[in-house]
Design a protein around this ligand. Sequence first.
Ligand code: SF4
Length: 329
Amino acid sequence: MTRVFSGIQPSGELHIGNYLGAVQNWVRLQTQYECLFCVVDLHAITQPYEPASLPQLTLDMAVSLYAAGLDPEQCIVFVQSHVVEHSELNWLLTTVTPLGELERQTQFKDKAQRQESVAMGLLAYPVLQAADVLLYKASLVPVGEDQVQHLELMREIARRWNARFGQGYFPEPQPLLTPTKRVLGLDGRAKMSKSLGNTIGLFESPESIWEKLKPAATDPARVTRKDPGTPEICNIFTLHHGFSPPQTVADVAQKCRTAGWGCLDCKRVLADNMIATLKPMRERAEALRRDPKGVAQRLRSGAEKARALARRTIAEVRDRMGFLKPGEA
Ligand code: SF4
C-alpha cells in the first residue's frame, strides 16, 4: 500500500486553522493509505523554545491528534525523538545535501533574517524533513503551499543519495495535493497562529467560541446591515466552508450578497455548526486527558511500529554506505 508521511510541530492543542489546514485531511487519508503522522519535536528545537514546556506541548498535540480523529488502529502516530533513526538518517543525508540549496530555501532566509545568530539546525531543517520521509520510504507527502520548496529539495536529496549509493532505493516523494483550506486568523489579516493570538482552539467551550467569533473580521464593505458583501473575501465564509453543510454555505453566500442578513446572524449560524462539529472532539480530548497513561501507551506503541520500519531502512542504508557492522571482522 502507498505510504504517506506528515508531521506537525508540538505547539500544544490544535486550533481550527491547523485542523482545517492539515489534520482534517489526515483523518481522511488514514483510511486510504498506510499513514505515519509524527509530532516533530526535533524540528521544534530549531526555534527558541522552553525545554520545561516541551513535554506538555508534545503530549497536548498528541491528545489533539487522537481527539481530532486519528485512530491508532488505522495509522501510526508517534513522537519524532522517540525514533532515534530520524537523527541518524538526518546526519547521513547531510553528506549528500548541497549547501547552496539549503541557503536558498525561502523559509530559512525568512527565519534567519529575524535572528542575530543563526544555528546550523535551522539551515539543516529540510534535511531532517527529508530524513523523516525517506526513513519510511514514504512516496506521498501532504504539503501546504509553503512546503513545496522543501519537498523539491527532499526529492533532490533522494536523487543524490540514490545516484551515489543505490539507484532507486529511496522513492522520490511526491506532493499529495488534496483540498486543504488556508484559514486566516480572526483578525482576517494573517494566517491563524497561536503566536498572533488570533485562533479558536479545537476544544474551546461553546461560550468562548461565540465570544471570539462576535468581533471577528468580516468583509469591510459591510459597514451597515444594508450593505451587500462579497463572501469570497470574508474569512467567516471560509470558516463556513469548513464547518457548515453545502446548503448552508450556498445560503450564506446568497444572503451576504443581497444584504439579506447581518454579519452577526451569519456568525451565529457558523458558531452553531462549529460547536456541533467540535463537540465530539472536545469530549474525546477530555477523556484522553483523564487517562495520561493511556496516551503515553498509545505513543509508545506508535513509536515501536515506526521504529520497526525505521530500523530496517537504517540497516540497509548503513550497508549501502559501506559501514562496518558491529561485531564484523
Ligand atoms: S454576511 Fe457573513 S460572509 Fe458576508 S461579510 Fe458578513 S460575515 Fe462575511
